[in-house]
Ligand binder design. Structure first.
Ligand code: TK8
Length: 350
């Protein structure tokens, strides 16, 4: 049995189990259906196999997006491109997957932009706190000139960047106590992504941050190596962090995109028409995945609350206290990111 078949069988069993739970109290939130594939079959020479690895689990919106990607690519290539999906960092965390693309042992991955700032310093734009006031502004930036320029810039060093999807707005969870103000962070050990701006953010807010790969996070929380972490609602739920974290605060402090990357070694073997097919599928995956994640947030918060997690929503004044305290972070990174770029995003927010 191939891994794909095994994944399918596992997901069928999973679906059957979910069906049973649905009859009981709390069901996993329903995702919007995977759309039908639009467009004709693309004719080109050759047969290809494509492994697509992600760090988030099979129950998240990202995986759902990948299932749509697989469906588009397999149908429109008439089966000449076979896609195999590997969720849950089975083939490595974000950074490991990216280096596997570079060495040509993996064909595709979609990491958060944050661990990649050491390779692509301008990605730090997406780590600035409270820069994207609404998802619409994020869409405008990613789908506009700035986003296209960043995809072009990231298409180097053995990588081809073909699209954006989203991880989403990040929320804080911890195992100690409710957090409603920066003062509550004092002494809290917070896991951050491997990214210097995130370290700066949590230090500036008064917490005690530690960078760590996402693949190690659940165990670190479970064993109390760290007290807390921050991730979008969908990721908190799909990684079951609520089992090891009693408190969550809706901080929305950073918006994190996922960037869709292809191994250059694989890309250069593909006929141009298949390259275009992958670009189109990546775009459709990104749009769908954003829709899935965004449509589920309220339901997820409710489910987490039902599971016993305390969910704290902040008042505008409370949000302001975080924004003011974290403001110096902008001065520290403005030069690296480029003041003009930051101002362009601000202008898009008006
Ligand atoms: C998944 C990661 C993750 C990110 C993190 O591979 O590391 O906290 O938010 O979701 O990209």
């Amino acid at each position: 049995m191939t891994t794909t078949t095994m994944t399918r069988v596992t997901s069928m069993i999973g679906a059957a189990l979910l069906g049973l739970t649905a009859l009981q109290a709390s069901a996993a939130p329903e995702m919007p259906p995977i759309p039908d594939v639009q467009g004709d079959v693309v004719q080109a020479d050759g047969d290809f196999k494509l492994k697509f690895s992600i760090g988030t689990t099979q129950s998240g919106a990202q995986y759902r997006g990948l299932e749509y990607f697989e469906k588009i690519v397999e149908q429109r290539s008439d089966g000449h491109i076979q896609v195999e999906l590997f969720p849950g960092a089975q083939l490595g965390d974000d950074l490991q997957a990216v280096s596997a693309l570079q060495s040509g042992t993996l064909e595709m991955t979609a990491p958060s932009t944050s661990p990649l700032v050491s390779m692509f310093p301008k990605f730090a734009l997406f780590d600035l706190p409270f820069l994207f006031p609404t998802p619409d502004v994020a869409d405008q930036v990613l789908d506009g000139e700035i986003g296209q320029q960043m995809l072009d810039d990231a298409s180097t060093n053995g990588l081809v960047a073909i699209g954006w999807a989203e991880n989403g707005y990040r929320q804080l969870t911890n195992s100690r106590h409710e957090v409603t103000a920066p003062e509550d962070l004092e002494g809290l050990k917070i896991r951050t992504m491997q990214n210097p701006i995130h370290l700066d953010i949590w230090r500036t807010l008064g917490a005690n941050p530690t960078p760590m790969s996402f693949a190690e996070l659940f165990t670190a929380l479970e064993q109390g190596v760290v007290d807390g972490q921050e991730n979008p609602w969908i990721t908190i739920q799909s990684s079951r962090f609520n089992e090891v974290q009693d408190y969550a605060t809706e901080t929305n402090h950073v918006y994190t995109p996922f960037i869709t990357l292809v191994s250059e070694r694989f890309w250069s073997r593909l006929p141009a028409d298949y390259q275009q097919l992958l670009r189109d599928a990546a775009k459709q995956m990104g749009d769908y995945e954003r829709h899935v994640g965004r449509s589920m947030n309220d339901q997820i918060k409710q489910d987490l609350a039902d599971s016993g997690m305390q969910i704290t929503e902040l008042t505008p004044e409370q949000v302001k206290a975080f924004q003011e305290k974290v403001a110096p972070v902008y001065d520290n990174w403005r030069d690296q990111i480029g003041g003009e770029l930051i101002d362009q995003v601000r202008a898009a927010s008006q």
